[in-house]
Design a protein around this ligand. Structure first.
Ligand SMILES: Cc1cc2nc3c(=O)[nH]c(=O)nc-3n(C[C@H](O)[C@H](O)[C@H](O)COP(=O)(O)OP(=O)(O)OC[C@H]3O[C@@H](n4cnc5c(N)ncnc54)[C@H](O)[C@@H]3O)c2cc1C
Length: 492
């Protein structure tokens, strides 16, 4: 495996890597996939994910066409053309996302999910973001489908597609260096339990994830405090090939001090656990209040639906003492909590004082917070299905929607902490997934896709865009890498 010359080497075995490997193979290349993890732990963050894909579509027919059979209840969702997707990314990233890369992501999202369906990836309506009643299933625009059996299913289906093509995969195979020859990338140095191997290829695709599982890099780039909290996904994304690409001259791009981090169960494991995958997430906070260990609110919980705010709420929790907070609900909203809350413990009380005692926070502080919040709640009827405008007045931080006074017992509280999902900073690619150097010139022989690339997400992130980004640019990287290899073969 390591002694022959390959057309394309793909580093990593998540969604970005496997889409690249399959696309390169189908474009005629010989492909080797290098996975650092042992076979049983293969698949990166992709395997832990909820596997919701945000893609653009003109009409419901585009969505239904991806399903193996029509759903048994009516699906209600607004059109989500590429421009709306583009605007969503620009809105949540404060206009900093790379316009050309974002345009490519949005425009090619639907063709890419169709291509994945044709590879054997099966889709179903998203359990996380869909709100179901007897007659209909309502979805936020753009966030309708996930892959069957979520990330575990996505990973299995992509591996099945790769294995049916007999794409070679090496496990326990960690890429540690890029091979360079007169400025051209000519393969990688791989470390395995048997030793080190120089592996030659015409094109190399880096798809080895971010640096979220590396506490030293987290502290260095994200800042103090980031070295301690739980990692929501794989322990293998430790950033060595990201550092190596920079060392070889790739351009650092994007929000290097930024990351996707969400409220998770305070007792979540230190790194992702495949029995829990993404079930430690605690995303129903818009329907309650979030307080710190002093019983004080510190973050706007109701700015928007959680799919537009959850990625930045983790950071706000991390800034609180002991990286801890509590989400509190009352009888009016407790029934709205996602199923995932059932995987953790809660504290209940018939009065706020009783609740505070169970939580171990000062009863006076929490009582004051709740009565001030209740007094500031104004207007509009509470409606969990829309941004209802039921807001606080004169309160800091404000709550702009779903500001239901906490007044109907029993009260219930869930302890949360900040869990890191993935990092935003990475190396720069162009719209053909070619890696650019510090002068924005193409680095010959080097491509990248997925979390290892930067320039897509800043400060915040619209749910479902991570996997979509990896697949759109994975497919592009595979095709471009195969083309390059075929060109080299012709000229030599
Ligand atoms: C709990 C959780 C839930 C999520 N839910 C969603 C969701 O619903 N929708 C969404 O869009 N996104 C979601 N995400 C984010 C999404 O999972 C990632 O953005 C996406 O999986 C990244 O894909 P990737 O292929 O770039 O990286 P990964 O899937 O992480 O793959 C990286 C691969 O590289 C390998 N690797 C690392 N270093 C090396 C090396 N030196 N040599 C060889 N191999 C190496 C790893 O072992 C792994 O196989 C979620 C993430 C988590 C953790």
């Amino acid at each position: 495996m390591f002694t022959r010359r390959w057309d394309v080497i793909v580093v990593g075995a998540g969604n970005a890597a496997l889409t690249a490997a399959i696309a390169a193979h189908d474009a005629g290349a010989s492909v080797l996939v290098l996975e650092k993890a042992p076979q049983k732990a293969r698949g990166g963050n992709t395997r832990f994910s909820g596997a919701v894909f945000r893609f653009a579509y003109q009409s419901l027919d585009d969505v239904i066409g991806l399903l193996p059979e029509p759903p048994e209840v009516r699906i209600d969702v607004e059109p989500y053309p590429p421009d709306r997707y583009y605007d969503d990314i620009m809105r949540v990233t404060g206009g900093l996302a790379d316009p050309a890369l974002t345009r490519t992501l949005c425009d090619l999202s639907l063709p890419t999910v169709r291509w994945m369906r044709d590879l054997g990836v099966e889709w179903e309506p998203s359990e996380i973001f869909g709100v179901r009643d007897v007659e209909r299933w309502r979805f936020p625009p753009g966030l309708v489908l996930q892959t069957k059996r979520a990330g575990l299913g996505l990973s299995d289906m992509l591996f099945r597609a790769a294995e049916s093509r007999e794409i070679a995969t090496a496990y326990d195979a960690k890429a540690v260096r890029l091979r360079l020859d007169a400025g051209r990338v000519t393969g990688v140095l791989v470390r395995t339990p048997d030793g080190e191997h120089q592996v030659a290829a015409e094109a190399t695709v880096l798809a080895s994830g971010g640096f979220e599982a590396n506490p030293e890099m987290r502290a260095r780039y994200l800042g103090p405090g980031w070295d301690t909290g739980p990692v929501r996904g794989t322990e293998y994304n430790t950033g060595e090939m990201l550092a190596e690409a920079l060392e070889a001259g790739a351009q650092a791009y994007g929000h290097w001090s930024g990351c996707h981090a969400t409220p998770v169960d305070a007792n979540a494991p230190r790194v992702g656990d495949l029995r829990l995958t993404d079930k430690t997430n605690r995303l129903s906070y818009p329907y309650g209040i979030t307080v710190n260990l002093a019983g004080q609110r510190f973050v706007e919980e109701g700015e928007d639906f959680s799919q537009y705010t959850y990625a930045k709420i983790g950071r706000a929790i991390l800034a609180q003492p002991h990286n801890r907070a509590w989400q509190i609900f009352d009888r009016q909203t407790a029934h709205l909590l996602e199923e995932r809350y059932k995987t953790g413990a809660s504290v209940a009380g018939n009065t706020i004082e009783e609740l505070a005692t169970g939580m171990g926070v000062p009863a006076g502080g929490l009582g004051e917070t709740v009565s001030t919040f209740n007094a500031a709640s104004r207007g509009a009827r509470f409606d969990p299905g829309v941004r209802d405008g039921k807001a606080t007045q004169g309160l800091l931080p404000p709550k702009s929607n779903w500001a239901v006074p906490l007044e109907r017992p029993p009260f219930v509280a869930y302890a949360v902490t900040c869990g890191i999902t993935f990092t935003y900073g990475g190396i720069r690619i162009d719209t053909r997934a070619r890696v650019l150097d510090t002068e924005s010139r193409v680095m010959p022989g080097l491509f990248a896709t997925g979390e290892i690339t930067g320039g897509f997400f800043y400060f915040n992130y619209p749910a479902g865009a991570g996997l979509m980004r990896g697949a759109v640019f994975g497919r592009i990287a595979g095709v471009e890498a195969a083309k390059l290899a075929a060109g080299v073969a012709q000229t030599t």
